[in-house]
Design a protein around this ligand. Sequence first.
Ligand SMILES: *Cc1c(COP(=O)(O)O)cnc(C)c1O
Length: 379
Amino acid sequence: MTSPEKIPFMALERLHLPLREALIEATTRVIDSGVFVGGPEVAQLEQELAGFIGVKHAIGVSSGSDALLVSLMALGIGPGDEVITTPLSFFATIGAIMRLGATPVFADIEPTSFNLNPAHVRRLISTRTRAILPVHLFGQMAPMGELKALAQAHGLALVEDAAQAIGARCPEGAAGAIGELGCFSFFPTKNLGALGDGGLVTTDDDALAARVRALARHGATTKYYHPMLGGNFRLDPMQAALLRVKLPWLGAWNEQRAALAARYDEALSRLEPSLITPRRVEDHLHTFHQYCVRIPTHRDKLQAALTARNIGTMIYYPSPLHQQPCLETLGVQSPQECPEATRACQELLALPIHPALREDEQQRIIEALYEAFDSGVSS
Ligand SMILES: *Cc1c(COP(=O)(O)O)cnc(C)c1O
């Protein structure tokens, strides 16, 4: 038997094929402009994204990681401060906190949405707490109503890690438009990806926007005048021009992801309880950055069975952030135990859901899952 054609987890080259000419044209436009830092491409992208997200200010920055860092800097977070966040995220979420000398405090996740559990957040608020940093994991928003109420009641900032959730909504509003600051990533594999690194900070607050802009230019409010210490956290015009080509497609791509998710939901429901499809929070618009199923027993064996059938999958995340060794070596006190996040790391498996995934490929993934369970992979 010849091995079947590879079904990649991501296929950016396929996604970009219909945009190829427009992307090349955008590159040429930037080369011919002679402007390679700042300039009109960045300003126009910022305006377009502010409109798309529904915020007053959108500030292009060098990455999602730097969006988080500069946001916490703008709030003045530093040594001795605590920021309550989730243990189920990409490292950048806590990296930003720790680079400022502040301490991440981990609340556990709610096991069906994989997002922060507000009851746990409440219990962890101390006199040192300065901010709550929820992550809209896999493209579904955290419980923003409850988190915002908590933040307001305790005088805390609310900063959204919306890196996976551009275009997501919940009853309280759009991702990145609810907290004091929203942080987005244009890492190539995100729902809106640059052809390199990039990020965005959103806010409705004029003073915070001015601080973020200055901090991204070494704290300069006017050229060569530095009332605060910042860094070089700028988005470059090449990436801005490329993102402007891709932004008009984002709505259709997110719809395509939702359609693929609905098809997985329906086709895989009969595999429960060996495989549990992701639950949607009512009245939320999920962007399905990832479609992660829960495999309560032998997740790794199932992944190996799919790999053997030439199907790419990923694990988000192999270990929870509260167990990262750098917390220990840096002496960060994080005694919280987060059993739900720990369990999710053992059970979650991300199936391909990129917008260029073909129907016949999805059908093959579904059939491969049925075959794997029929042949006893989970026993
Ligand atoms: C991708 C991601 C980031 C970091 O973004 P970069 O652009 O890669 O720096 C931060 N948080 C989450 C949840 C992410 O998924």
